[in-house]
Design a protein around this ligand. Structure first.
Ligand SMILES: Nc1ncnc2c1ncn2[C@@H]1O[C@H](COP(=O)(O)OP(=O)(O)OP(=O)(O)O)[C@@H](O)[C@H]1O
Ligand SMILES: [Mg+2]
Length: 234
């Protein structure tokens, strides 16, 4: 479990926030962790790598071109990677992503890769994100916003991952707002865990003013750390 894809059921579901908390939690545990985003689109408005907020450690200076390794492709248009690249006349070269990922895996104990959108987002016209993650033998953690409709979305995501024989570390629920029907939201967690048969790594609460308070991440962080420790040599 050297490298974990942090994916989600959609864009805007909390992958960046979860990466930020997981990275901070793992660092607190003494794990030499780094985050990566293979393709950042809408880069004038959004910089997920920056939002992961890892303070650079002194030794990062020895890792040549670390910023480029962490985000090998950046495009302005906020669209699917294949389209955002095409609009700038660029063909995404999968080898460049593979090489940057391999370089980070050599230098760090753990690489958290935040996906672009969901698992079947096209990187090029030939390859979707999950195909590449499967080829790189990455484990996967899927973020799902806990809301009406999420059962279908996460079960489809898990089917797509299983079809590619990927190892699913778990599912993290995320409260994007604080006005859901508690009975539905509780049942979502139960039924998804039952049908999908995957570990639930907990639920990130709705973050109000204390968004940077690490206590928000305690349960999710602990579950992720335990999973990583048990599977670290896979
Ligand atoms: N638990 C939460 N409580 C409050 N706000 C949240 C929570 N999770 C996410 N958000 C907010 O929802 C928005 C989308 O979250 P985020 O950027 O993490 O999604 P994403 O899946 O990384 O999106 P993208 O596909 O664009 O990378 C952000 O404004 C974020 O601050
Ligand atoms: Mg993001």
């Amino acid at each position: 479990m050297k490298s974990v894809l942090i994916t989600g059921t959609d864009t805007g579901v909390g992958k960046t926030i979860i990466c930020r908390y997981l990275a901070a939690y793992m660092r607190e545990k003494g794990v030499n962790v780094i985050t990566q985003k293979w393709v950042q689109t809408g880069c004038d408005q959004t910089d997920d790598i920056k939002d992961h907020m890892l303070e650079p450690l002194p030794f990062w200076k020895q890792v040549k071109d670390i910023d480029t390794l962490r985000a090998p492709y950046r495009f302005k248009y906020p669209a699917s990677p294949h389209l955002a690249a095409a609009l700038e006349g660029v063909q995404i070269d999968i080898k460049i992503i593979e090489e940057s990922h391999a370089r980070l895996c050599e230098q760090f104990d753990l690489v958290l890769v935040e996906g672009s959108g969901g698992v079947l987002v096209p990187l090029t016209e030939k390859i979707v994100l999950a195909d590449l993650a499967a080829r790189l033998k990455m484990a996967v953690v899927a973020v799902v916003p806990n809301k009406l409709g999420c059962i279908n979305h996460i079960l489809l995501t898990i089917e797509a991952l299983r079809k590619r024989e990927m190892s699913i570390g778990g599912v993290i629920f995320n409260r994007l707002n604080d006005n859901g029907d508690e009975a539905i939201l509780r049942e979502n967690i139960r039924i998804i865990s039952l049908i999908a048969g995957v570990p639930v790594m907990g639920e990130m609460p709705f973050l109000g003013k204390d968004a940077d308070d690490m206590k928000n991440a305690k349960k999710v962080g602990e579950a992720f750390y335990k999973c990583w420790k048990e599977n670290k040599n896979d």
